[in-house]
Design a protein around this ligand. Sequence first.
Ligand code: IVH
Length: 679
Amino acid sequence: MPPKKKPPVTATAFTRADYAHLVDELYQHNRRYYLDDNPEISDAEYDDLMRLLKEVEALHGDWQTSDSPSLKVGGEVRDDFAAVKHDPPMMSLDNAMNVGELRAFHDRLAKAGLKNPVYHIEPKFDGLAIDLVYENGRLTVGSTRGDGDIGEDITHNVRTVANIPLRLMLKNPPERLTIRGEVIIPLADFVRLNNRQLKENKKPFANPRNTAAGALRQKDSREAANKYLYFFPYTLARIDDSQNRFAKNLRSQTAIWSSVFTQLGFKASAYHLTGDIAVVEKYYEEMTAKRADLEYDLDGLVVKLDDTTEWENFGATTKAPRWAIALKFPARSGVTKLERVVYQVGRTGVVTPVAELTPINLGGVMVARASLHNADEIERLDLHAGDYVEVVRSGDVIPKVVAAQSERRAKTAKKIRFVKKCPSCKKPLVREDVFFRCVNPHCPEMNEAYLQFFVSKNGLDIESLGSEWVAKLYQSKVIADYADLFALKKETLLEFEGMGEILATKILQSIDARRRVPFARLLTAVGVPNVGEHVASILSEHFTTPAALAAATLDELTTIHEIGPGTAASVKAWFADKTNVARLAKLQKNGVEIIQEARAKISDIFAGKSFVFTGTLTKFTRDGAEAEVKARGGRAASSVSKKTDYVVVGSDAGSKAQKAKELGVAILTEAEFAEMLRE
Ligand code: IVH
């Protein structure tokens, strides 16, 4: 093979043939990046080639074709969007709101005589449907769905969608081809986009769907190009191919997804194939549970007959095909009445407002309370007593009030004002930043919350002592603080109604199991402000006892990598408080030994390697994951640099994942990381 022709390095030296070569080369790189997930060059090198291409196009305006990769960055401005007739029309889908309605769909197919249907289950993307027409392999028209018959020409914006090919990957393309699918914004990119908005002092976008829809209807295509739009194909609506080359692969939706789309240069999402309706149901349940962890928003699944030759037999109603159904996920938002606002005192004294609601079913879970975060949030919502409010529950996140319906409010309704006094001890609250705090060290609710945290999983993890018992012991004044736990006697416990010999023994055993406590663990459990597990473990490596840490100066603290002035100051302030020091002393007097945890070494497989964890992990806590790395000889860092070897991304990962990409650092999913630990 002759060596690959290198393009000239300056635009002025380009011939038309060189230009065509460069276009081809950029296409190859696009393919490797978007289809094969295996780029050959760095992003910076790609950008250099693109810059060169644009320089050449600036010199030779007539060379640029409608499929030049340079169109991806936008620039074309259109004043109005021409009407585009869809042929065939773009249909909608009938909905099944639950598995009962799915069964009804299945039964209808059986009644119509279909034996053993096989279903192709697809994600129901929550984005915007578009139609793409390719003539002789080139993207000529991209349009919105409109009313299904007539949509709007948004070709200039569609061209900027990174993974929509402007040219099909075929040497000898069909005369005409129409592909349909959904434009979305992946959740990680949406986070990135909103971070950018905030940095530029602009309003954040409300949700990925509306943002994608807005982007596609921009007049200036640069405004579409910078929104991280992404395309998922779902149907090959029409193919005019005089050579009939695809016939064999058009007989099933699976073949279209797994073979035809790829050949053309598109990447379909994952799908599921089954001939068993019970498996469809199971998959639906699995996906409903997993939906919060997915990389993009779905509003359900689409269940289609896999055998496309049946599609014609079943036909369609005026609006939707009979061979497919949208199996919707339960709604995660709804409107309900605000009964009242209550105020909770947390372990640091911060008072949090909580909305008590008329219970409402959101995505299969009854919701009766939602966080209102802080006083500013109440102000922002302009909340009034008795308001109807919109509540959203996403994933495992605590339900949130997102809006109040002012139009349904009585004229006399009173505005909700944040309390001035602590709801527990009635002392005046002190404003700190966006929070109001109770600063009374003897506040009962604060001290109970403090104790609850100490006992919880994130604290010392005293397993058999549940939160109701902590509350009872505290409220009956059997214990006043965490140190008292270690002086508990069985006789005292047995005096409580509902406490038996077995439970009392178990509780005392699980308290005893924590009598030798690693210093780092204790530091997190006692709740020094700004000291989470990670910081606690760093501090305990430098100062091995409470006395040593208490004696550390601000300077000594801040010279430690990852300890900033804010953290150092809160450590100093915490140890300056005599109550804290006295409690630690009482703890030791009551028979607790503070030890230095020798981390059990498992292997050396990560020797010299550094890891950064970002986003929400599901299988590990952040610290648990870091401990796994350390136990294998590796290092865990908090920010990504060129020296980072691996970045492990959980859900909702933001800028760190992006930075890793830019620096070419290896990116692992949580599952891949877990897999590495098994070696
Ligand atoms: S098929 C004739 N498949 O849902 C079939 N639609 O409710 C028509 N959608 O307008 C569409 N994911 O915007 C199909 N995997 C998928 C889909 C999907 C999302 C949207 C699409 C359509 C709407 C119908």
